[in-house]
Write a protein that binds this ligand. Structure first.
Ligand SMILES: Nc1ncnc2c1ncn2[C@@H]1O[C@H](COP(=O)(O)OP(=O)(O)OP(=O)(O)O)[C@@H](O)[C@H]1O
Length: 315
């Protein structure tokens, strides 16, 4: 369980639309579900929502549901009294009561085992907990914010997530787009992060370099790169060099883009030979589709294939 102060991360960078939604959500205590790929800033959102709400003076309790073992859910959420089970040497408040008059942030809610989902549903319905080892039901006043990188609706369809719980959580959904889909906002986010690292502003060339990459790791990856750059620039490393050394795991991104029929490289840069081969494989050698994903014409793709003397094998 963590209960941390809200850092100095603001909304300057690329969160204007989300800020508008947060302003609406902050005026009430309705449950909020923040969806988005890993690193898009879901926890940042949740903390900001708490800070903007009239619960800001209360606690913000963040729980990573993916890290809880099913056997401990009951006591971790509802608390326990001393002696309730072997090893219970002291009373435990539990996550829910720790968030009393504040916000309970359940990160990776899609990872919560089914059995634990039932328990959470009951807590939400009753707005109360019963600590392990007691018969006493204790009312709690908390605001619930959940986050997930999973498609919970799909998880409901496959029976992996309870439908009734989904509807309880999905009252006010906010979707954070991957950074590659808000490249126009990338500059603002980069400037904001960089301001916290250096007194020197980022140059136009540096910003241009940052915009050339698709950032599969989203804002987290951008932040890591900028932090590394801030440390290494004094040793003579250029931003280009640091970017070139990044492990760009584009594979999963290509796969999802191929399914959705969208383009990976929107910034006009020429894809590398390795990327061309990966995308072709992903598209089962459908050249039109591969060209679309790569953001180049079919003719350019055929030229590249010819130049490298490769004939895609029939799939
Ligand atoms: N708008 C932003 N401005 C500055 N930094 C940001 C912004 N959004 C996210 N970050 C930074 O990016 C990193 C990842 O953010 P966060 O943990 O909120 O993402 P997440 O979507 O919750 O990730 P995960 O799903 O992996 O838990 C953090 O270091 C955070 O400070």
């Amino acid at each position: 369980m963590q209960s941390r102060h809200f850092g100095n991360i603001g909304f300057g960078g690329g969160m204007a639309d989300a800020k508008h939604l947060l302003e609406i959500a902050s005026r009430s205590s309705v449950p909020v579900l923040v969806c988005g790929e890993s690193g898009t800033g879901k926890e940042v959102m949740a903390r900001k929502l708490h800070a903007m709400s009239d619960r800001s003076k209360g606690p913000f309790v963040a729980v990573n549901c993916g890290a809880i073992s099913p056997g401990l859910v009951e006591s971790l959420f509802e608390g326990s009294c001393r002696g309730a089970y072997t090893g219970a040497v002291a009373n435990q408040l539990g996550f829910v009561r720790a968030a009393d008059h504040g916000t309970l942030f359940l990160d990776e809610i899609g990872e919560l085992p089914l059995e634990s989902q039932t328990r959470l549903l009951r807590i939400l319905q009753e707005r109360a907990v019963t600590p392990v080892g007691t018969q006493q039901s204790i009312s709690v006043d908390f605001r619930l914010v959940c986050a997930t990188h999973r498609n919970l609706q799909a998880a409901v369809k496959t029976g992996r997530f309870r439908e009734d719980l989904f509807f309880r959580l999905n009252v006010f959904p906010i979707r954070l787009l991957p950074l590659r889909e808000r490249l126009d906002e990338l500059r603002a986010i980069a400037v904001e992060i960089w301001q916290g690292l250096s007194a020197r502003p980022l140059s136009a060339d540096e910003l241009k370099s940052l915009c050339r990459f698709p950032w599969p790791g989203n804002v987290r990856q951008l932040k890591n790169v900028l932090e590394r750059y801030q440390l290494l620039q004094n040793l003579g490393d250029s931003l280009e060099e640091i970017l070139a050394g990044e492990p760009w795991d584009l594979h999963s991104m290509h796969a999802s883009y191929a399914r959705e029929g969208r383009t990976v490289y929107r910034t006009g840069n020429t894809p590398s030979w390795k990327n061309i081969l990966e995308v072709l494989q992903e598209c089962h050698n459908n050249k039109s589709r591969a060209a679309q994903i790569l953001g180049i014409s079919r003719g350019s793709l055929c030229y590249q294939l010819k130049k490298n003397s490769v004939r895609p094998k029939p799939s």
